[in-house]
Design a protein around this ligand. Structure first.
Ligand code: NOJ
Length: 534
């Protein structure tokens, strides 16, 4: 702890909602804002502090809302602006916070800004996007690729130039070198901040600025045919450009005009580069994102040695004054229970909720939801449609929340936009609330303990080590007797390890609480022990 006052986003837990998939309130098979409002009591009982909602802005839905046609509205699929106002009020009345997803890198090609920009080369908004002539032979301006496969450049017949898009051709990239673009986006941010939203999760924050000279990216020697064409070149000139940090500081300054708002960045970078997004210290306070999302638990092999090394590395590179954070899943990544198995997913829950740093929980993980099975005719995600069969699709982790075992899963009364998961008979909120050792019960207890004990939500982390596949660490607040040890068997065998003296507060199997321990202890596969030390 720094000795400074703690802020809500440091002590709290963030819960991500993919709005299409959370709760349908009007029988169109797609989740919506009133649906989310109707489930707030569930979130309060779960014990999370803030909800982050993936985009609900007006959108042609080419990338399911990450193609924004109006930064200050609500798409009719999700409701109205009045519904959003009501949601903000309801969220706050329940003591929760609301974080919006904001997509500054690109708009929809149907945004009025882009329609103007593409209308003529002389249009005042021409420079709001990245327009270039082709090569003399008519080829693309350079070798920049789209994250969703294929070249990142699309030809505009009307004005005889190419425009750049990091993602779909329906998602043209804004030109962040242009001060008018910056001002327009900051105005849109203020629109929501004035309404009382508590922060933003900024989409692809590390991609905002591209090389002003449009130099070719360097070839990627490790790329093999059959992998996404995006990785055929390295993002040398299209990602993590130095000027991005200027923009992040500007965004932070917009938020800092308000009380207690948080800037979260979606950033997939190695840790030394990632932590630079905390910014630099200005008057004793870092001026960047308060939470550059740390996705390394998603990217690291499920192995005690590697995760121990990861914790050491992350703690070691955090700049002074930076508060850590950990993410275990999101709407772009396979579900944790599918990736590492249901037993290990219980250990993952204990890990996420006992590490030092703000945890972000993706909806449905608290139930142990698996990846949905999506047949080729059911595919919705453009990432899968563009490059089928190579594992790019994200529909499996976006299937509807499982509220009960009924035909519509309690999510909808009609046909859901993605099929409900096969495991819904046993993996669902209603059933798990009845089952004292369910994944949901485990999450609720872990969250309760994290909230209750300063050592767990605000304390230091020490003695991080791994032995025979068991990850161990302690959490404590200096000067307090209240100390915990966490032991997690991430291996595929039952292990016996030595633990310090104390008593069991919780095991992931949810037995044995209160039992004294000290010395050799047997841990089942995927089991975690939370021990209060003497
Ligand atoms: C990152 C988002 O998380 C992802 O879902 C989206 O497709 C891209 N950004 C493009 O906005």
């Amino acid at each position: 702890m720094t000795g400074q006052a703690r802020l809500w986003w440091q002590d709290g837990i963030v819960y991500q909602i993919y709005p299409r998939s959370y709760q349908d309130s009007n029988g169109d098979g797609i989740g919506d804002l009133p649906g989310i409002e109707s489930r707030l009591d569930y979130l309060v009982a779960l014990g999370v502090d803030a909800i982050w909602i993936s985009p609900f802005y007006p959108s042609p839905m080419a990338d399911f809302g990450y193609d924004v046609a109006d930064y200050i509205g609500v798409d009719p699929i999700f409701g109205t602006l009045a519904d959003l106002d009501k949601l903000i009020e309801a969220v706050h009345a329940k003591g929760l916070k609301l974080i919006l997803d904001f997509v500054p890198n690109h708009s929809s090609d149907q945004h009025s800004w882009f329609l103007e920009s593409r209308s003529s080369r002389e249009n005042p908004k021409r420079d709001w996007y990245l327009w270039r002539d082709g090569k003399a032979d008519g080829g693309y301006p350079n070798n920049w690729m789209s994250n969703f496969g294929g070249p990142g450049w699309t030809w505009d017949e009307g004005t005889q130039q190419f425009y750049y898009h990091s993602f779909l051709k329906e998602q043209p990239d804004l030109n962040w070198h242009n001060p008018e673009v910056r001002a327009a986006i900051y105005d849109s941010m203020r629109f929501w901040l004035d309404k009382g939203v508590d922060g933003f999760r900024m989409d692809v924050l590390w991609l905002l600025i591209k090389d002003p000279e449009f130099r070719d990216n360097l070839p990627n020697p490790e790329w093999r045919p059959g992998e996404s064409s995006f990785w055929s070149v390295l993002p040398t000139y299209t990602a993590d450009q130095p000027e991005t940090h200027v923009i992040v500081a500007e965004m932070r300054a917009v938020l800092d005009k308000y009380e207690q708002r948080v800037l979260i960045g979606e950033i997939y970078l190695p840790l030394p580069e990632l932590v630079r997004y905390y910014g630099v210290a200005e008057n004793g306070q870092l001026d960047g994102a308060q939470m550059p999302f740390n996705f390394r638990l998603i990217q690291t092999d499920w192995n005690a040695d590697k995760i121990a090394a990861l914790i050491h590395e992350y703690e070691g590179v955090l700049p002074p004054g930076a508060w850590p954070n950990w993410v275990m899943g999101n709407h772009d990544q396979p579900r944790i229970a599918t990736r590492i198995g249901v037993d290990q997913a219980r250990a993952a829950a204990m890990l996420l909720l006992t590490l030092r740093g703000t945890p972000t929980v993706y909806y449905g993980e608290e139930l142990g939801m698996l990846n949905g099975r999506i047949s080729p005719e059911q595919v919705q995600d453009p990432a899968e449609k563009n490059q089928p069969g190579i594992g790019m699709g994200r529909d499996p982790e976006r299937t509807p929340m499982l509220w009960d075992a009924s035909a519509g899963g309690g999510f909808t009364t009609e046909v859901p936009w993605l099929p409900l998961n096969a495991e819904r008979g046993t993996v669902n909120v209603a059933g798990e609330l009845e089952e004292p050792r369910s994944m949901l019960a485990l999450y609720r207890r872990l969250i309760e303990l994290r909230r209750m004990h300063p050592a767990l939500h605000a304390g230091e982390i020490h003695d991080v080590r791994s032995k025979r596949g068991v990850l161990a660490y302690t959490r404590s607040v200096p000067g307090s007797e209240n100390r915990f040890q966490v032991l997690l068997n991430l291996s595929h065998e039952v292990q016996t390890v030595t633990c310090d003296h104390g008593h069991i507060v919780l095991t992931t199997i949810m037995d044995g609480a209160g039992s004294p321990v000290g010395g050799p202890v047997v841990i089942e596969v995927g089991e975690g022990l939370l021990i209060q030390l003497n």
